[in-house]
Design a binder for this molecule. Structure first.
Ligand code: UD1
Length: 337
């Protein structure tokens, strides 16, 4: 089966590409490499011994996308492409709406022209907004606190509406919790531009000496140690969730189905710092700072629906996540640069 990965050179896309290749799928990547490195492609080849077709195109460029579909016999799409920085989305909302919605709309139009009926979409737990109760279940109310989140939710709506209009279309919406970790080879991983916004890349950059210390954003939350609790998931487990979603679609699912991809276990910021220090035998200096605007105390998934219906569970624990994140960063102190 030949699968198109939009944004396939990014952090989650590249790990999904490796798992697909290792499981006998053929892969085509469409990526404009604005936020990803072309080195990723060689690394994927090093890990898998297999090649992928790469189109350096913008997914919102309809003519370029048509050319890709006319040259490759695409049977399913996994749609990762999109901007993903929360703070930047608040500063540049129109840029986020234009890019993240145009890519999905163009993709759906071209898929329809070429009669491609299977799509998995990279959504986020951010669509639950400020949770009233945890763990979060797929049927709980959605709302967002920033334009990035709204683009995820609007894309979910667009894809859902498309399945109402076209009864042959199959859509799986995957709501990711907090992906960390890296492939065990240490050849691919997360390589953010500039100062990392997210916790784990910040910690690994402190560990490698690029940042002085971690700022812990608040220690007065209503959590066991006062720091924010999240549901961290190993990126390889997350990648395998996409394979399960494709199998689910191939087994005849039609319409739209939503799945949380998380472990169901929450860890605090200090749990992460302590575990990272322990398994890697490193000190991570940190200082308690003000809360970050927009953060909430606890976000955890109820992954039962994915466990049962996709036959998917997360296998890696926090020790693996911390070890693999560091293995990637220490082998690539400057990421792909
Ligand atoms: C963030 C985004 C979310 C996005 C997700 C992608 C916000 C408000 N939310 O989630 O929309 O889908 O990333 O992975 O940005 N922390 C520190 N110091 C740091 C960085 C983070 O203490 O330098 C804390 C945060 O306060 C939070 C936890 O670490 O409690 C995780 O933060 P982060 O990795 O940024 O993820 P989220 O905020 O959960």
């Amino acid at each position: 089966m030949k699968v198109l990965l939009t944004g396939g050179a990014g952090y989650i896309g590249s790990h999904t590409c490796v798992e697909l290749l290792n499981n006998g799928y053929e892969v085509v990547i469409a990526d404009n490499f604005d936020n990803a490195s072309e080195k990723v492609i060689d690394r994927i080849k090093q890990i898998t011994g297999k090649t992928v077709d790469v189109y350096k195109i913008d997914v919102a460029d309809k003519e370029a996308l048509r050319e890709l579909f006319s040259q490759c016999d695409i049977e399913a799409v996994i749609h990762f492409a999109g901007y993903k920085a929360v703070g930047e989305s608040v500063a540049k909302p129109t840029m986020y709406y234009r890019n993240n919605l145009d890519t999905t709309l163009t993709l759906l139009e071209v898929m329809s022209e070429f009669n491609v009926k299977k799509i998995v979409f990279s959504s986020s737990a951010t669509v639950y907004g400020v949770p009233k109760v945890v763990p979060l279940k797929e049927g709980m109310p959605t709302s967002c606190t920033n334009p990035y989140g709204w683009t995820k939710l609007f894309n979910e709506q667009i894809l859902t509406d498309a399945t109402v209009a076209d009864k042959e279309l199959s859509v799986v919406l995957l709501r990711y919790f907090n992906p960390i970790g890296a492939h065990k080879s240490g050849l691919i991983g997360e390589s953010p531009n500039g100062v990392p916004n997210n916790l784990m890349p910040y910690i690994t950059q402190v560990a490698v000496g690029k940042r002085e210390k971690l700022g812990v954003f608040g220690d007065d939350y209503d959590t066991p140690d006062g720091t924010g609790v999240r549901d961290y998931i190993h990126v390889v487990d997350l990648a395998n969730g996409h394979l399960k979603a494709l199998e689910y679609i191939n087994n005849g699912h039609k319409g739209t189905e939503i799945f949380n991809l998380g472990t169901g276990t929450g860890y605090s910021v200090l749990d992460i710092v302590k575990t990272f220090s322990k398994v890697n035998d490193l000190e991570i200096p940190y200082a308690i700072m003000e809360r970050r605007a927009g953060d909430v105390a606890i976000v955890t998934a109820d992954p039962e629906k994915a466990n049962k219906q996709l036959n998917w569970t997360a296998n890696f624990g926090l020790d693996d996540m911390c070890r693999d994140s560091w293995n990637w960063q220490k082998n690539n102190p400057n990421g792909y640069d």
